[in-house]
Design a protein around this ligand. Structure first.
Ligand SMILES: Nc1ncnc2c1ncn2[C@@H]1O[C@H](COP(=O)(O)OP(=O)(O)OP(=O)(O)O)[C@@H](O)[C@H]1O
Ligand SMILES: [Mg+2]
Length: 413
């Protein structure tokens, strides 16, 4: 657990959210200020216009600075996009002196070993997350530090991303005047905010359905098992409505947010909605059920793709706690029930928790990533059971970088 003041920036496809939080003496994270601005220059979770993205981030950061009365020098920043790949790998080291216990150096060497995977030159390792350790054949050791044994194995979850995605996100944040403390994979951040320990132990899938993409994180037996991003989100639902209803984007979005439901059978068969449409008549009436059927079809596709991601590394029956849906699209009424029908697993909507202070607007699934980034920065032991090792040249470097960050404070204006 750390203390001090931290900032997090969720660079999303539909909104940029900057949060400043402080860890109080009691260990609680208190939110000091939030700055939300509409996103620009991003598509499907990735930067596609440096100038527009920089400007949108600048607006969000300035709002958060004003709200919190602090100057944001550096921040934890989320990274997403379909370029994300993950793999589980083993690292093995010998502990030559049997009279001494396993040290943090041995653990770092084992993690270094786990990082030896072949990756193309245009990709980089973003995170190396220890899943569990094995000490002389004793498996499922959660922390081998201080134990005795001659052989230490680590099973680690390695996340690799496109180098260009790292460079572009870093560039837009830095151009907005903020140093990047650490880039954090968005599904891991969202998981910090909305999953509880019991769900992680019994097997759970985090599904963050945002605007441009859907972030997935699978936890089995308390450890991260798989991470992925699907390039589909709520904006695709809106675009389906534009095509289906032949209406402008903003009225399709209004129809979705005001009258949308993921289960068409839940709305009255004769209900109609009136929205602005293209063509001679400015306003046109549509059966509400038809709108919901269009929404349902895309939601089903996203949920089926999420389950297909789970199947890549594990049997679906091991995911006893089912799905936790978050992200702005999780606000769609009935999406949890639809998820239960499609996946035959339990499902609930996850909202950020364990936060105090100016938080009313943050108890919303759309803020799972931003709140989770802050919780990642703080490293609350209660909700961060896995070690956080930054990528880069070595796990140790990451550790030292984190220690260095502890001294990086935000100066009041
Ligand atoms: N009440 C609502 N009902 C249905 N959809 C909603 C509602 N509120 C927001 N949304 C949708 O949620 C999406 C935005 O979600 P979110 O804020 O999590 O995205 P983001 O983090 O900016 O994007 P991404 O994570 O994909 O980069 C939009 O498509 C929006 O239409
Ligand atoms: Mg998001």
């Amino acid at each position: 657990m750390r203390s001090g003041t931290f900032a997090a920036i969720d660079v999303g496809t539909t909104k940029i959210c900057t949060i400043v939080g402080e860890v109080a003496g009691t260990g609680e994270t208190r939110i000091l200020g939030v700055g939300i601005s509409p996103s620009a220059g991003l598509s499907r979770g990735m930067v596609d216009n440096i100038r527009e993205a920089t400007e949108a981030i600048r607006v969000s950061v300035e709002k958060a600075e004003r709200a919190s009365g602090t100057r944001i020098l550096s921040a934890y920043v989320g990274l997403s996009g379909a370029h994300i790949q993950s793999v589980n790998n083993r690292g093995i080291v010998a502990v030559p002196d049997r009279s001494r216990p396993i040290s943090s150096d041995d653990i770092a060497r084992a993690l270094e070993g786990a990082k030896i995977i072949s990756i193309p030159s245009n990709r980089e390792i973003l995170h190396v997350l220890p899943r569990f350790y094995i000490v002389d054949g004793q498996d499922s050791v959660s922390d081998p530090l201080g134990m005795y044994g001659q052989r230490l194995d680590v099973d680690a979850h390695i996340i690799t991303v496109a180098s260009s995605a790292i460079a572009n996100v870093s560039k837009v944040v830095e151009a907005a005047g903020v140093q990047v403390d650490e880039l954090v994979l968005q599904p891991l951040a969202s998981a910090e905010a909305v999953l509880n320990q019991e769900e992680k132990r019994q097997g759970v899938v985090l599904v963050d359905i945002g605007g441009g993409c859907t972030d997935i994180a699978v936890f089995i037996e308390g450890s991260i098992q798989h991470t992925a991003t699907i390039p589909l989100g709520g904006n695709h639902i809106t675009r389906d409505l534009v095509v289906g209803l032949r209406c402008p984007y903003h009225s399709a979005e209004e129809a979705k947010v005001l009258y949308g439901h993921a289960l068409p059978s839940s709305v009255a068969a004769d209900a109609t909605i009136e929205i602005e449409a293209f063509g001679a008549e400015r306003q046109r009436a549509f059966p509400r059920r038809m709108v919901c059927e269009i929404i349902q079809a895309r939601c089903e596709e996203i949920l089926e793709m999420a389950v297909a991601e789970v199947r890549k590394t594990t049997e679906v029956q091991f995911v006893s706690a089912g799905l936790v849906l978050t992200g702005g699209t999780a606000l769609l009424p009935g999406i949890d029930l639809l998820a239960e029908q499609v996946t035959r697993l339990p499902a609930r909507v996850g909202r950020p928790s364990h936060i105090f202070g100016l938080v009313d607007e943050l108890h919303d699934p759309a803020f799972a990533t931003s709140v989770g980034l802050l919780q990642w920065a703080v490293g609350l032991p209660d909700i961060a059971p896995i070690g956080h090792y930054a990528g880069g040249p070595s796990a140790f470097d990451g550790l030292f970088k984190r220690i260095g960050n502890w001294f990086k404070i935000l100066l009041p204006e």
